[in-house]
Design a protein around this ligand. Structure first.
Ligand code: HEC
Ligand code: HEC
Length: 312
């Protein structure tokens, strides 16, 4: 075949149409068939306004909203489906994870945690590199919070319903005074966990590790001296626990371990089971026990906070 002008033009156009067909028409026809997933719901006006702020403030440059099968290892809760995104225009999948994936962020923390975190992420996560968004103002932070709490759609709604239910219970217990509050907190811990023997003796090195873990994770809420007056305190209700009210209240290492591992739903107390391995949870529990609660080896079963357990 001869290379004439018309054969080059027609050939190029054919290639162009083929590319448009494969890269645009076929995928479009396919996405049009997408049906709502089992968690799909549309967003209300406040959540939609929060979504606009999410776009305007560049959150998508640090956060993805797409969980893939390779993310099971990161503790993912659900693999994202095409039908989750039907209401999203544009879809904010994101391509970087400077921060964590947010597709199931809704209901992971109660609103007070989210608000303190937006005011300044270092208040609740002392090592965070996320920028502070206090300058957006309270109204906008509320909208952003509503949006983040909607991530995960119906699954997020279920988690939020749990958060709200337990927030009411935690608030009632807090307002009933320290004795009732400590009782309420400890009644939640299953019997078996209270008696879990502490596998780590309180050594100098262990306490030094606990001190560092406390500074990196806990100090923003519970405060440098454990009185609950960290910088996040004005935003958190019920307020961060003042550890000194645990003095002489029969707190065991197992109780501290359980609460630090699982967090306290409804209160801002987060769970640390994904951030801290078992030894670190014991270390920071020992640190809290020794420095703020004034516990020493209880020397009886179940062994006290800092007892090393060695079966006879
Ligand atoms: C420079 C990168 C960066 C930007 C921009 C950013 N974040 Fe983050 N974000 C992070 C990092 C890192 C973390 C993990 C540490 C922390 O929790 O602060 C995080 C954590 C979070 C969390 C907590 C997730 C969880 O449950 O643990 C939420 C919610 C969040 N970001 C929302 C936002 C929103 C909304 C915006 C935009 C207003 C935003 N982020 C902007 C980096 C960023
Ligand atoms: C975002 C704020 C926040 C952070 C960060 C935080 N806590 Fe808490 N913590 C709370 C709140 C709020 C409570 C419960 C208050 C209530 O319901 O009275 C609580 C309760 C607890 C309890 C329960 C005590 C009991 O006797 O049942 C322990 C233990 C605890 N925190 C330890 C820690 C440790 C250790 C860290 C760091 C690894 C930490 N917390 C980080 C807010 C926080």
């Amino acid at each position: 075949m001869r290379m004439t002008l018309s054969s080059v033009v027609i050939g190029s156009l054919l290639i162009l149409f083929a590319i448009i067909f494969i890269a645009v028409v076929l995928p479009y026809a396919d996405t049009n068939k997408t049906v709502p997933s089992e968690i799909f719901r549309s967003r209300d006006a406040v959540e939609a306004a929060g979504r606009k702020l999410y776009i305007a403030n560049g959150c998508v440059y640090c956060h993805s909203q797409s969980i893939r099968t390779i993310d099971w290892g990161l503790g993912a809760e659900r693999i994202a489906q095409a039908g989750d995104y039907l209401a999203d225009q544009p879809i904010l999948l994101g391509s970087a994870r400077t921060g964590p994936d947010l597709s199931q962020a809704g209901g992971e923390h109660p609103d007070d945690w989210q608000i303190a975190h937006f005011i300044n992420p270092r208040y609740v996560r002392p090592l965070s590199i996320m920028p502070a968004f206090a300058y957006l103002g309270d109204e906008n932070i509320k909208k952003l919070t509503a949006y983040v709490q909607s991530l995960g759609l119906k699954d997020a709604d279920r988690r939020m319903a749990r958060q709200r239910h337990w927030k009411i219970e935690a608030t009632k217990a807090y307002e009933a005074g320290p004795v009732a509050n400590v009782k309420w907190l400890h009644d939640m811990v299953p019997e078996g966990w209270r008696n879990v023997p502490n596998p780590y003796p309180t050594t100098e090195a262990g306490l030094a590790r606990g001190h560092k873990i406390y500074q990196d994770n806990c100090l923003g809420c519970h405060g440098p001296i454990g009185d609950g007056m960290g910088p996040a305190q004005p935003w958190i209700y019920p307020p961060p626990l003042n550890f000194t009210i645990l003095k002489d209240r029969d707190v065991s290492g197992g109780i501290l371990y359980y609460q630090i591992m699982n967090g306290i739903t409804g209160s801002a107390m987060p769970y640390f089971k994904r951030e801290l391995e078992s030894e670190k949870i014991w270390d920071v529990g020992n640190y809290v026990a020794v420095y703020f609660i004034g516990e020493t080896d209880a020397n009886a079963d179940p062994r006290g906070i800092d007892a090393s357990y060695e079966p006879q």
